[in-house]
Design a protein around this ligand. Structure first.
Ligand SMILES: CC(C)(COP(=O)(O)OP(=O)(O)OC[C@H]1O[C@@H](n2cnc3c(N)ncnc32)[C@H](O)[C@@H]1OP(=O)(O)O)[C@@H](O)C(=O)NCCC(=O)NCCS
Length: 166
């Protein structure tokens, strides 16, 4: 189906929580990645939506700032596509666009917790294998990281934490 990716606008309807509840369920709030987002604002210039021909919201992607040791990095997600519209390339278009914009804005490292089969094609690699750890339980297979700039992971290690307050 036809869709368009664009930045989220302040006047967009606030359907996001309902979309996230329908895709992830409400117990998402107990996950380790939510601990990293708690009390920290998402990156306003990395909020994207997919909209249909009538302007209706089909999917959304946001990114949060995090810290790897003392180095700034970003966390991809939540990424959610309307359940009835999954598997039609909308998620892929959003992730491609979001990572491209993150790179353009100078972000250097992006982490994600998700399916390796889904994120591998973008270049994400297993994060524990390169010495990274999350501050809570996570399936180590699903914790992945991507260099947005070649060599950006060199010398980075240690726990991932919340971004320092702006
Ligand atoms: C996962 C999700 C974001 C994918 O978006 P989507 O629009 O359905 O996916 P796309 O159509 O862009 O798929 C791109 C590719 O990834 C594959 N894929 C889709 N979902 C997948 C998953 N959960 N695991 C592995 N691969 C997946 C597709 O088969 C497709 O591969 P192909 O190009 O070889 O056909 C979406 O299905 C969703 O919102 N799911 C529920 C919430 C969720 O799990 N979010 C992701 C958190 S990491």
């Amino acid at each position: 189906m036809a869709f368009q990716i664009r930045p989220q606008r302040p006047q967009d309807p606030e359907h996001f929580d309902s979309l996230l509840d329908r895709t992830f369920g409400t117990d998402r709030l107990n996950k380790t990645v939510y601990r990293l987002r708690e009390g920290v604002a998402d990156l306003a210039d990395l909020r994207f939506v997919a909209v249909g021909p009538d302007g209706g919201l089909l999917a959304s992607l946001r990114f949060w700032p995090i810290a790897i040791g003392t180095a700034p990095a970003i966390l991809l997600g939540p990424l959610a596509v309307e359940p009835a519209l999954q598997g039609r390339g909308i998620g892929r278009a959003l992730v491609r666009h979001g990572l491209g914009e993150a790179r353009r804005l100078g972000h250097r490292v992006c982490a994600v917790v998700g399916e390796p089969e889904y994120y591998g094609p973008y270049g994400f690699v297993n994060a524990p294998a390169v010495g990274l750890a999350l501050p809570g339980p996570v399936d180590p297979r699903r914790f992945q990281v991507l260099e947005l700039e070649p060599g950006a992971l060199d010398g980075l290690s240690g726990p991932i934490g919340r971004a320092a307050p702006a």
